[in-house]
Design a protein around this ligand. Structure first.
Ligand SMILES: [Fe+2]
Length: 355
């Protein structure tokens, strides 16, 4: 495992899209913060329910935000925010009441592109001892339409049926947003908004529950992060605004970190490596991390987040979209792209070169 002071450049060989900046994986006293940059907050209902002019106005603003920094905050998404409150409480219950040996029965392993299952504290990645427990469920872990998977069995993925039921509500609610968000992104690039409609039908996703336990004095002194700086490998990620602060976003214009504290009930959208690749670098896969809080609440309060990563299935080809200039990248199979990149976190033997 790398030292807590490791730099991203030490792992640049895994990158499958251009990433030229340098940052420490964990926060450090020399970090600089950008207090002036404001990540845009936009009203998605303008796009979901608006007339043509309102939709176009949303697309222009959304496109500007994600092209500039790869992040935007959306209100007006139509999801019952009471569900987010329930998920917060349920995730605390899941991590605090299910015994460790029971959680370890579901320990993460690769299935297709994604490492799925339970990640103990300090084992989210091989490269950094992050102070977070995590759990990842992909489409096959839910009683949802499954064209490409085995028959669904709850006990294979969940310590209790109630978790599947509640996390499924969240997955289905967010799945409603996959197409409109993707369509708005493609439209903002001047591409056919529907170019990924077929690929995104019943597509794969990774729903991740993150539980950051209160940090002890020793853990704080160790210099470890809550979650290391990284870029998401996906098309894009939807993250309901966490209750607790800590999310920081790299601003490549200023080479400083932006603290992102979105309004409760909103969702954060960020573009990932798949999107950077197919957009020919027009939409950046932006570095972000979870740091200690500025008010000391990380010493007393667990932090919870539940991002959902939107993927395409493993056998799809990631190709630069038409109309975006001379392609900088060759077409590549999604599983190859995904596992080459994430072998940074899971070891060199994680990469699947062909099947
Ligand atoms: Fe992330």
């Amino acid at each position: 495992m790398a030292d807590v002071t490791a730099l991203n450049r030490e792992f640049a060989r895994y990158d499958q899209v251009e990433k030229s900046h340098t940052y420490r994986l964990a926060e450090h006293e020399s970090d600089e913060f950008d207090e002036d940059y404001e990540i845009a907050t936009l009203d998605l209902s303008q796009y979901l329910n608006g007339n043509t002019a309102e939709k176009s106005a949303f697309v222009i603003e959304f496109g500007a935000a994600i092209q500039d920094i790869g992040f935007a905050v959306l209100t007006g998404h139509g999801i019952d925010t009471g569900l987010y409150e329930e998920m917060h409480a349920l995730i605390i219950e899941l991590f605090e009441t299910v015994p460790l040996d029971e959680k370890m029965r579901f320990r993460a392993e690769r299935h297709g592109s994604v490492s799925q299952g339970y990640f103990p504290i300090k084992e989210t990645s091989d490269i950094h001892p992050d102070l977070v427990e995590g759990w990842v469920w992909c489409r096959r872990a839910f009683d949802m339409p499954q064209d490409r998977q085995d028959e669904f069995r709850t006990e294979k993925f969940w310590p209790d049926v109630k978790y599947e039921q509640q996390f499924r509500r969240l997955a289905i609610a967010h799945e409603q947003l996959f197409l409109p968000i993707a369509q708005a992104m493609f439209q903002s690039l001047g591409c056919d908004p529907h170019i990924y409609d077929q690929k995104l039908k019943d597509t794969n996703f990774g729903l991740r529950a993150n539980y950051y336990p209160p940090m002890s004095e020793d853990q704080e002194k160790s210099g470890a992060a809550r979650l290391l700086g990284h870029e998401d490998v996906d098309l894009f990620t939807i993250v309901p605004a966490p209750k607790d602060e800590g999310l920081q976003v790299w601003n490549h214009h200023s080479d400083k970190w932006v603290r992102l504290n979105p309004p409760q009930g909103s969702i954060i959208i960020n573009t990932g490596d798949y999107m950077q690749r197919i957009s020919n670098d027009r939409l950046p896969s932006t570095t972000h991390r979870v740091a200690k809080s500025s008010d000391g609440s990380h010493k007393t309060t667990p932090r919870v987040s539940f991002p959902i990563a939107v993927y395409v299935w493993e056998d799809e080809i990631l190709d630069v979209l038409p109309g975006l200039g001379e392609p900088k990248y060759e077409p590549i199979k999604a599983i190859t792209f995904h596992t080459r990149s994430t072998s940074k976190f899971y070891g060199d033997d994680y990469a699947v070169e062909s099947d």
